[in-house]
Design a protein around this ligand. Structure first.
Ligand SMILES: [Zn+2]
Length: 321
């Protein structure tokens, strides 16, 4: 089958590899569409903490089940599925506390096991989620990015009437805004890039102070400093984007946090249940995603697609194997 894989950090290969075979408890999924995100750019160009090589990347996958490793399964051949990219143990403290994304033995598709930048991918049955008939494969691809946003929103405990600031109007920032609005919050997007600012819906004339929550969806220290400065009493800063590996420290006034009871919380990835909710929200039209798809390209044109992400051009890029 055709696939993209990484052997050495800094480059990738596009060619033919053997078709994977599903073991008991797994399904073979024919990939219809895979989403490209900034993390893919990072893992290919500079590597990632969780990446093991060689690896087929791709953690945003929608496809059709074409073979099963077990005779009996709730999932049937021919069903359209969203693959939750993580495999968590279900038994460790984090898993039991609903943070499967922080499982001590977490294995992520596209990082620890082969992902969706290929014609076929093998996935555990427990990771599969049936795509509702009312949404297209292209729309369903936003399930994984939205799931990560829902995890962040949960950690910030966003509720109706909250004032939320979002730094960065890329796909993640836009989804954070739309999902917060779906929960009844008022949002303002802070984006340096005019092109992106025009696409995002931060047009409300809100100022960026007295925020109940601030999400930083751009790997930029200045954005973090601005976001902390914009928090009101009991405001929560959500660390959604990582910073450069060798430059990830920020000076914060702890006395200020103390006196106005502010919180800084990290957010990384998503748990299975966030995918269930994300699919429902997209299917119900609570979070619009169709207008976020800016490019549809063949997987073979991955290099050109990566350059678009690098230059922050376009929004969501979809790849077809
Ligand atoms: Zn676990």
């Amino acid at each position: 089958m055709k696939a993209v894989w990484i052997e050495n950090i800094g480059s990738f290969i596009y060619g033919n590899i053997a078709m994977p075979t599903p073991a008991i408890g797994e399904a073979l999924v024919k990939v219809t569409v895979t989403g490209l995100c900034r993390t893919d750019l990072k893992i290919i160009r500079v590597g990632h903490r969780d990446l093991t090589l060689p690896r087929v990347p791709g953690e945003e996958v929608i496809g059709t089940v074409v073979a099963l490793g077990s005779e009996t399964s709730d999932i049937k051949i021919g069903q359209r599925v969203y693959i939750y990219p993580g495999i968590s143990c279900g038994a460790c403290k984090q898993c039991k506390n609903g943070a499967g994304n922080l499982c001590i033995s977490m294995k992520i598709m596209g990082f620890h096991r082969d992902g969706g930048f290929a014609e076929y991918v093998v996935a555990p049955l427990q990771s599969l989620n049936i795509v509702p008939p009312e949404i297209s494969d292209d729309e369903a691809i936003l399930t994984e990015p939205l799931s990560c946003c829902l995890n962040a929103i949960e950690l910030a405990a966003i509720k109706e009437g909250d004032k939320v600031g979002i730094w960065g109007a890329g796909p993640a920032g836009t989804l954070l805004s739309r999902a917060s609005k779906a929960l009844g919050a008022k949002t303002v997007i802070i984006e340096k890039d005019l092109r992106r600012r025009l696409v995002a819906e931060g047009h409300e004339k809100l100022n960026c102070n007295d925020l109940d929550a601030a999400f930083v969806a751009v790997g930029d220290k200045d954005a973090y400093l601005e976001a902390i400065g914009g928090l009101g009493p009991r405001g929560k800063l959500v660390v959604f984007s990582g910073l450069a590996k060798n430059d990830s420290s920020i000076l914060v006034d702890f006395n200020h946090l103390h006196y106005v009871e502010q919180t800084i919380v990290g957010a990384y990835g998503c748990s299975y249940r966030h995918g269930v909710t994300a699919l429902k929200m997209i299917a119900a039209g609570q979070v619009e995603v169709k207008d976020m798809i800016s490019h549809k390209m063949p997987l073979a044109e991955l290099e050109a697609a990566l350059c678009l992400v690098e230059r922050r051009e376009g929004m969501k890029i979809l790849l077809y194997p």
